[in-house]
Design a protein around this ligand. Structure first.
Ligand SMILES: [Zn+2]
Length: 189
């Protein structure tokens, strides 16, 4: 078994995170030392799991691939993990739901965001098979969030400045609390 390759998150102000990614092409994998789709999928999955996320897009780790990984949580579709190359949302419900969302590029920031309840999506998987699926619940939510990353949008674009400032203040408080505990030598969980 080869060693795990953990990718580096880039800062949320990095232009690579804020620009639209071109369609994925297999022959560009070698530029970043990936042998094939599977080796990219493995590195993305290992990185997502290491940081404890439910989704991770290639541009969050500075890679110019129109690809994201999602899932892996035991309570969401029994832990199913999807590797989505060239993802698209083909249709969505008129009905919307409000849900709190986080993003690995914005530690400790959680924002309540209204989104379509379900989506009908298309993507290529790690074996280059084209898939079309209806996604519901958390999977619908995660796909929509990651698909936005593909176009250079981040979830902070979707809320008012007031809401964002409030979430940032809350995050700062939590981070300070952790730093304080660390200073006093208490273990953090
Ligand atoms: Zn995100």
């Amino acid at each position: 078994m080869s060693e795990k390759r953990i990718l580096q998150m880039i800062p949320p102000t990095d232009p690579r995170l804020l620009s639209k990614i071109a369609p994925f092409q297999d022959d560009t994998l070698k530029i970043h030392k990936f042998e094939n789709r599977e080796s990219l999928a493995d590195a993305m999955n290992d990185t997502m799991r290491k940081y404890g996320g439910l989704g991770l897009s290639c541009n969050q780790v500075g890679l110019p691939y129109r690809m994201f990984v999602m899932g892996g949580h035991p309570q969401i579709e029994a832990g199913r993990t999807r590797y989505c190359f060239n993802p698209e949302v083909l249709d969505m419900s008129k009905e919307t739901v409000m849900m709190k969302e986080g993003c690995l590029s914005f530690p400790f920031i959680f924002l309540a965001i209204r989104r379509p309840k379900w989506v009908f999506v298309k993507y290529e998987d790690e074996d280059k098979k084209v898939k079309e699926e209806h996604l519901h619940g958390m999977s619908s939510r995660i796909f929509q969030h990651e698909n936005e990353h593909m176009n250079g949008y981040i979830f902070t674009d979707l809320v008012s400045k007031f809401k964002l400032d409030r979430a940032k203040a809350k995050a700062k408080k939590e981070i300070n609390l952790i730093l304080k505990k660390q200073k006093h030598g208490k273990t953090i969980h």
